[in-house]
Design a protein around this ligand. Structure first.
Ligand SMILES: [Zn+2]
Length: 61
């Protein structure tokens, strides 16, 4: 059941919007690889660094 929902979802949206708030560009997910959240490796790296910085600023234990 969940698989059918996933397949329908993928057919409707062959890609997505970049998860980076400062980017937000649509990207195409051509499949075959791991699921993507960002339009490019540059965005993925930037968001990873930003998340790391915000964690450090708020004081992670
Ligand atoms: Zn992006």
């Amino acid at each position: 059941m969940a698989l059918a929902v996933l397949l329908a979802d993928y057919q409707r949206v062959p890609g997505g919007l970049c998860a980076s708030p400062s980017c937000g560009r649509p990207y195409l997910d051509l499949g075959g690889g791991s699921p993507r959240r960002y339009c490019s490796a540059r965005c993925a790296t930037r968001e990873r660094v930003a998340a790391h910085r915000s964690r450090a600023a708020s004081g992670v234990r």
